[in-house]
Design a protein around this ligand. Structure first.
Ligand code: TRP
Ligand code: SF4
Length: 374
């Protein structure tokens, strides 16, 4: 049998669509095996309820912590390399949900990665982080109680100690096996920093959590594989255990294909002027047919439609209402023009409310996190 080599590049702009490979090659488990056990703790957020979270590792640990009320931490990170869009919102929706279940939240602002790998200037990164990311988190409803938000470049010394210790027990060969040949020092730095992000809540200095959940996009799994191995190697020295993680799919781009930060037409940013967002939506690719006649006859394809996805994952909370959109599309009773207008109205309402809260939270965003001094 030929040896199939398959790698996930967390820095590629392609995104990972074929996520079944995470199950077959890498041992990620389908999230639908465990999701029903979460239901007893209260209503699920849209990304979980509507199936965007597809995989997990060791999620049982989180379920145990919830059942035993033993406390757990959530850690995730976002890279401030562009505008915060609805794809990023899916992570924060989950963070807010787990926070409501009692998780102590750690949020890394991946400025080291944005500078080193995405090559943005320090100033750009810091401004994006505050004005796009932190302010939007607050506007979306993230609580500041028991919240630890930090820049990777300006945190406490114990966190840096981890990066230095990890370097000793990771080999070049294993990095190449996970990430490929195209490894530059800035990537290695970003990778070890991310491992410190994920494991530092286990240190007594940061709460000594024994259960840490890391909700991320599918493309981040290579970092989790490496971090799990690092945790094993430091189990004696530092008492580390493996993190639990969940994986969500990417939101589709409005232009068809992947939503991409470098293609503004492909995404709806939370800070875009509303008229601009509506016009992007009205121009969006859909699962509709070539002609109205054909669509009435064959029906549309909501499962391939980014407009449907916006309704499903962001704009329509009520299941009955979403079901009707799905059925009216499938049966050809509703055409894309009408559907887009209704979606635009929902989007306008959402953004209006959101941007009001954003304005209220701008100042607070600046005081919540310690800024790097250069
Ligand atoms: N690498 C992540 C990204 O590209 C950001 C990140 C940094 C992160 N540290 C993390 C994600 C820790 C999860 C956990 O967006
Ligand atoms: Fe998409 Fe709506 Fe058109 Fe169906 S009717 S394909 S959901 S835009």
């Amino acid at each position: 049998m030929p040896i199939v080599e398959f790698r996930i590049d967390p820095w590629s702009s392609e995104g990972l669509r074929d996520y079944e490979k995470l199950f077959t090659y890498f041992g990620v488990r389908p999230f639908n095996e465990v999701v029903h056990q979460l239901e007893s703790f209260g209503p699920l957020p849209l990304p979980i309820r509507r199936g965007a979270v597809v995989g997990h590792r060791d999620f049982e640990k989180v379920l145990d912590a919830l059942k035993n009320n033993s406390g757990f931490a959530l850690l995730t990170g976002l890279m401030p390399s562009g505008k915060m869009h609805l794809g990023h919102k899916m992570v924060i929706d989950q963070v807010i949900y787990y926070q409501s279940l009692g998780a102590e939240v750690f949020l890394a602002i991946a400025d080291v990665e944005a500078y080193g790998v995405r090559k943005l200037s320090r100033e750009e990164v810091i401004n994006l982080a505050l004005n796009e990311y932190v302010a939007n988190y607050l506007a979306l409803g993230l609580e500041t109680k028991k919240l630890h938000m930090y820049f990777q470049s300006s945190y406490r010394k114990e966190y840096y100690r981890l990066i230095q210790l990890f370097a000793k027990k990771v080999t070049m060969a294993e990095l190449v096996a996970i990430y490929g040949e195209d490894l530059e020092p800035a990537k290695i730095m970003a990778v070890l920093t991310q491992a410190a992000d994920i494991l530092h809540p286990e240190l007594p200095h940061f709460g000594g959590f024994k259960t840490v959940l890391v909700p991320v996009g599918l493309d981040q799994d290579p970092h989790l594989r490496l971090t799990r191995d690092i945790a094993d190697r430091f189990s004696d020295e530092l008492g580390f255990t493996r993190p639990a993680s969940t994986y969500h799919k990417f939101l589709s781009g409005l232009t068809g294909g992947k939503m991409s930060s470098s293609k503004p037409e492909s995404f709806i940013a939370l800070t875009d002027p509303i008229s601009e967002s509506v016009s992007k939506l009205m121009k969006a690719f859909t699962g509709g047919r070539a002609t109205a006649e054909e669509q009435r006859r064959l029906g549309g394809e909501p499962d391939k439609c980014p407009v449907y996805e916006l309704n499903q994952l962001h704009l329509v909370q009520e299941d009955e209402k979403l079901k009707k959109i799905y059925e009216d599309c499938k049966s050809g009773t509703m055409l894309c023009g009408e559907c887009k207008l209704a979606t635009a109205e929902r989007l306008r309402k959402f953004l209006e409310k959101h941007q009001e809260k954003l304005a209220e939270n701008k100042e607070k965003a600046r005081t919540l996190v310690e800024l790097p001094d250069f």
